[in-house]
Design a protein around this ligand. Structure first.
Ligand code: ADP
Ligand code: ZN
Length: 624
């Protein structure tokens, strides 16, 4: 079938069925197609796999004339063209990677007027005389695929994309459609401006991926945590993203030494090695790919079970895109981000070295959003979707916050100390100075030593104060200014709390707190030394202790079980079950799975993994 021969317009439904063999349009495809057929410009932001290609392929075949598709990757173009040809569509592609001979052949073919879709690489658009040549063809539609490549602050930036408005100018009568799977609100505006789209209609699909469980954990005991994740999905596929080539290499090597089928992937490898490793991963021979962002567009393996961010990602866009490579098959999968403030500082240093002030500003905003996401105390999914301007009402039941709600305590006094230190220094200082004042640091400024608040928080560690202040920011009591030297400002809520008009609840986050108790097992004992809090060493992390000898004995048995489980999983103990959960188990003594699910921190996954063992230990304790 050849649409160009027939001068009349074919109906989109007819094309959908006869060429693509689908019965119905999906989601917003039909609206997009109508808009384009109406001659209007469009911006389509829909997740990968939602069927964006049909949004320009169908109109291309409805209308007479040529549709030009700009696409950034040769491999993507080739796949699309092959698939179209297999359906009897006259499609061609042209890119600078082709030989001159081949390019000439394509040009001649297009000149016959039979070609319906011409895929072209962005560089090729600017080859001499090309726009003028195009003007002589009868172009009915211009499609810009992967339009986010236009953003110079992004990972996929392609300088030629920024110049594509040339096509808009050269071909004023053809509608232009820009498509991408990843554009937050700022990037969308940028695409519209740069491409010079004419009052485009913007179509945004849903970015909700219900089968992905999102987690953010502190980056400590990293290797053990990664191993635990791999062991959760034995012999299945996963991707680990790192910031540097070097750490990708090192981690892949270490995993391989441990018998995991792992390989590194980054831009420093030659093209052959890269494609061989990509292939091996696609075929399931390599289980774990440790990659930099170079492992990106064009990965459509359906059964990736986990994506780990070994380092903090640069933007919510890239985080979404990278985590989105998990679970394309709709089956349950995990996205784990290992968060460290040190990574954030490294990224800020990169940004500071950026010479383009606009780019630096944009990147800084994007990083701020990532930090807010990681330090959030409310549903991750809600935060993630908000970055795409999509509303979601928590709980999602599939993020660390919703599944394992943390215990909260009345933190009014702690908060008042912080607010007071900030107020007494006229909201002119950042987090370190405020902590200096609270802890009565010897190195504090002399004038600060005169303050009434000086040293009022001496019995709490700096680490803990930092966590408290971070949470006060996340909960909106404090605002941190942007820039290299952020300053803490009080919100109205903070002033209310300071004057005793309201109370403040904060979480007792076991991951950032000073270790308590004997803590011989697991992570806290190994990594948290040096940080002691004012509580007696017998207390648990919640600040409570087992109330009866029976409870204490069960608590000990449960800790023993946790040690065994942690050892088996080669994971830090706190990732198995927190002290707070053990304590609650000791107190509530659940006897059934249903009772177990009422215990804080016992989500579905934990029940499946540890439920049986826990119930057994409780039962044994009862009998003895
Ligand atoms: P995207 O470009 O958004 O990542 P694609 O255009 O590659 O997504 O489409 C993803 C898959 O969905 C393809 O296999 C395509 O054939 C299929 N698809 C697209 N639209 C429909 C539809 N209306 N009905 C059924 N399948 C569809
Ligand atoms: Zn949630």
């Amino acid at each position: 079938m050849n649409a160009a021969i027939t001068a009349t317009m074919k109906s989109p439904h007819y094309i959908l069925r006869s060429v693509f063999g689908h019965e119905e349009f999906r989601d917003r495809q039909e609206e997009v197609i109508e808009c384009v057929l109406d001659g209007r410009d469009a911006l389509v932001v829909m997740p990968t796999g939602s069927g964006k290609s049909l949004c320009y392929q169908v109109p291309a075949l409805c209308m007479p004339g040529l549709t030009v598709v700009v696409s950034p990757l040769l491999a993507l173009m080739k796949d699309q063209v092959d698939a179209l040809r297999a359906r009897g569509v006259e499609a061609e592609f042209i890119g600078s990677a082709q030989s001159m001979e081949e390019q000439k052949r394509v040009v001649r073919r297009v000149e016959t007027g039979r070609t319906e879709l011409l895929y072209i690489s962005p560089e090729r658009v600017f080859a001499d005389g090309f726009p003028e040549w195009l003007r002589k063809r009868s172009v009915s539609l211009i499609a810009i695929d992967e339009a986010h490549c236009i953003a110079k602050w992004g990972n996929d930036f392609r300088p030629e994309y920024a110049l594509l408005s040339v096509l808009r100018d050269e071909l004023p009568t053809a509608p232009m459609i820009a498509l991408t799977a990843t554009a937050d609100v700022a990037t969308r505006e940028h695409i519209i401006r740069c491409l010079n789209l004419r009052r485009p209609e913007v179509f945004v699909g849903s970015f909700h991926r219900p089968n992905i469980v999102y987690r953010v954990e502190p980056k400590r005991g990293t290797y053990a945590r990664i191993r635990a994740m791999i062991d959760t999905y034995p012999a299945q596929s996963g991707i680990i993203y790192t910031l540097s080539r070097n750490s990708a290499e090192k981690l892949a090597e270490k995993l391989a030494d441990d018998g995991i089928r792992a390989a590194a992937y980054h831009a420093g490898l030659d093209a052959d090695t890269r494609s061989a490793r990509h292939e091996a991963f696609a075929r399931g021979e390599t289980h774990v790919i440790v990659a930099t962002v170079a492992f990106g567009m064009g990965i459509d393996k359906p059964d990736v079970r986990f994506v780990i961010h070994h380092d903090v990602p640069k933007s919510m866009e890239s985080y979404y895109q990278e985590t989105g490579r998990a679970g394309r098959d709709g089956e349950p999968c995990s996205a784990l981000l290992l968060y460290s403030e040190r990574d954030v500082r490294t990224l800020r240093d990169f940004i500071a070295a950026e010479s383009d002030a606009d780019v630096a500003r944009m990147q800084s905003h994007q990083l701020d959003a990532v930090v807010a996401f990681c330090e959030s105390v409310s549903c991750r999914r809600e935060k993630l979707l908000a970055a795409f301007d999509e509303q979601f009402t928590p709980p999602c039941d599939a993020c660390d916050i919703c599944c394992e709600p943390r215990h909260t305590y009345d933190a009014t006094i702690d908060a008042q100390k912080v607010f007071s230190a900030i107020a007494r220094t006229q909201e002119r200082f950042g987090i370190s100075t405020i902590i200096d004042i609270l802890t009565g640091a010897a190195t504090a400024r002399p004038e600060h030593k005169e303050l009434k608040t000086f040293g009022v928080g001496r019995t709490t560690t700096r680490v803990r104060w930092r966590a408290i202040i971070k949470e006060l920011i996340a909960r909106g009591y404090l605002r941190s200014t942007q820039g290299a030297y952020p300053i803490l400002l009080l919100s109205d809520d903070a002033r209310d709390a300071l004057f005793g008009k309201s109370t403040v609840e904060l979480t007792t986050d076991t991951s950032v707190k000073a270790p308590q108790g004997p803590a011989k097992d697991g992570w806290a004992g190994k990594h948290g030394r040096g940080a002691r809090s004012r509580r007696s060493s017998k207390q648990s992390v919640t600040g409570e202790i087992p109330a009866t000898p029976q409870q204490a004995s069960l608590f000990e048995r449960l800790r023993e079980l946790r040690r065994t489980l942690a050892h088996k999983a080669d994971a830090p103990a706190f990732t198995i079950l927190s002290d707070a959960t053990l304590l609650e188990l000791a107190r509530l003594k659940p006897r059934t799975v249903q009772e177990l699910s009422a215990v804080h921190g016992f989500g579905e996954v934990k029940i499946r993994r540890y439920g049986e063992d826990v119930l057994r230990v409780i039962d044994e304790a009862d009998r003895s």
